[in-house]
Ligand binder design. Structure first.
Ligand code: ADP
Ligand code: MG
Length: 310
C-alpha cells in the first residue's frame, strides 16, 4: 500500500533529481537509442523498465521530472487513489495509484493488473488516435497520465439540465466518439457506462479515462467483457439492442453493422499488430489476442463508407 508519505518521498526524489540530475546525452548502456534522452535516476529507470518506446510520452516525463508544486485529490477512489498534480514546469497530470479491487471484482484484480490495463489502453489510444490520456507507467501500481480536457459527463449533463444519456446522444455522432467506442470494444472496456469516466470538451469532443478494469475476463479465462455494459458510444456504434431477447433484464444485445470501413479495419489490424511486443513485454499476450479477436468480430460487421480512422 503506497501512502501519502511515500508519494511525498518520491516527489522529493524528483526534486533532487531535477536539481542535480543531468539529462543523459547518450544512450544508456545496453538500452535502445530512443531511451538516451531520458533523465538519469528513478524516473528514467521506471520508463526504461515499463516502456519499450517512450516516444509520445515525453511531455509526461518532462512534467514528472520537474517535480510538483501541488496535489489535489480527485473524486472517485473506489479502486485507486487519484490526484491532480501540478508540476513545477506548469504541466498538470493525473496521478493514479491502484488499490486492490479483488473484493468487488474477484480475485486477480490486484494493483498491477489495473496499472497494466491503464498503460496498455493508453498506448492503444495513442497509436490508434483515440481520445484518451497518454500514460506514463511509474511503478507496479502507479501511473501518470494526461489531464483530458472538458467537463465530466455527470456534471456537464447536470449543468444543462439533461440526462447523461441525452448528453451522450448529443455528442455520440462525432468521430471522437466513434473512435472511443472502437477502443472500448477492442479493449473489452465495460466501464464507459459510468458517467464519471468520460468528459465532453468545449468543442463537443468526448474523452475517455479510467481503464483500470478493462480486459475483464468475466469467467476468469476469456477476457469477454459483456457488450451490454460497454457504454453509450459502443452501444450506439457497434451494438444492436432487442429488449425481447433480454433475460432477467440482462443481455439482448448483438453485434450491429458498424461505421468502420475496410480500410479502417486494415489500418487497425496493422496498428494493433505493431503493438504485440508491448503487450508481451507486460506478459499480456492474452489481452492482445483478445483485441485481435474483437477486431475480427467487428470486421465482419464493418459497413462504413467514410473512414473513422483513415
Ligand atoms: N485523465 C484524466 N483527466 C481528467 N480527469 C480525470 C482523469 N482521470 C481521472 N479523472 C478524474 O478523477 C476521477 C477519478 O478517477 P478514475 O480514474 O475514474 O478513478 P476511480 O473511478 O477508480 O476512482 C474521475 O471521475 C475524473 O473526474
Ligand atoms: Mg472512475
Amino acid at each position: 500500500m503506497t501512502t501519502q508519505a511515500d508519494i511525498r518521498r518520491r516527489v522529493r526524489v524528483w526534486e533532487i533529481l531535477r536539481a542535480t540530475g543531468p539529462w543523459s546525452r547518450h544512450p544508456h548502456p545496453g538500452q535502445k537509442f530512443l531511451h538516451g534522452w531520458l533523465p538519469v535516476g528513478p524516473l528514467g529507470d521506471a520508463v526504461r523498465k515499463w516502456h519499450r518506446d517512450p516516444v509520445g510520452i515525453r511531455k509526461l516525463i518532462a512534467a514528472v521530472d520537474s517535480g510538483d508544486r501541488s496535489h489535489a485529490r480527485l473524486a472517485g477512489g473506489l479502486h485507486g487513489h487519484t490526484e491532480l498534480i501540478e508540476h513545477n514546469n506548469g504541466t498538470q497530470t493525473v496521478h493514479k495509484i491502484m488499490t486492490d479491487a479483488g473484493d468487488t471484482m474477484g480475485p486477480g484484480f490486484g494493483p498491477k493488473r489495473q496499472a497494466d490495463a491503464e498503460q496498455l489502453i493508453g498506448l492503444m489510444g495513442q497509436r490508434l488516435g483515440a481520445p484518451v490520456p497518454r500514460v506514463l507507467r511509474y511503478d507496479d501500481d502507479e501511473v501518470f497520465m494526461d489531464v483530458v480536457p472538458g467537463e465530466r459527463a455527470d456534471r456537464a449533463a447536470a449543468a444543462q439540465g439533461i440526462k447523461v444519456n441525452e448528453l451522450a446522444a448529443q455528442h455520440g455522432g462525432t468521430v471522437a466518439a466513434a473512435r472511443l467506442a472502437t477502443l472500448d470494444i477492442l479493449a473489452g472496456n465495460w466501464d464507459r457506462g459510468n458517467e464519471t469516466n468520460w468528459n465532453v470538451d468545449d468543442n463537443g469532443i468526448v474523452w475517455g479515462y479510467d481503464h483500470a478494469l478493462s480486459f475483464w475476463d468475466g469467467d476468469g479465462t476469456t477476457a469477454a467483457a459483456p457488450p451490454e455494459a460497454a457504454g453509450p458510444f459502443a452501444a450506439m456504434w457497434f451494438l444492436h439492442f432487442d429488449p425481447s431477447k433480454q433475460r432477467h433484464g440482462w443481455g439482448g444485445f448483438d453485434w450491429a453493422d458498424n461505421p468502420l470501413t475496410p480500410a479502417d479495419i486494415a489500418w487497425l489490424r496493422q496498428r494493433l499488430t505493431a503493438l504485440q511486443p508491448d503487450f508481451e513485454a507486460l506478459g499480456r499476450h492474452d489481452w492482445w489476442q483478445f483485441a485481435m479477436t474483437r477486431l475480427g468480430t467487428i470486421a465482419a460487421h464493418a459497413r462504413g463508407t467514410q473512414g473513422v480512422f483513415t
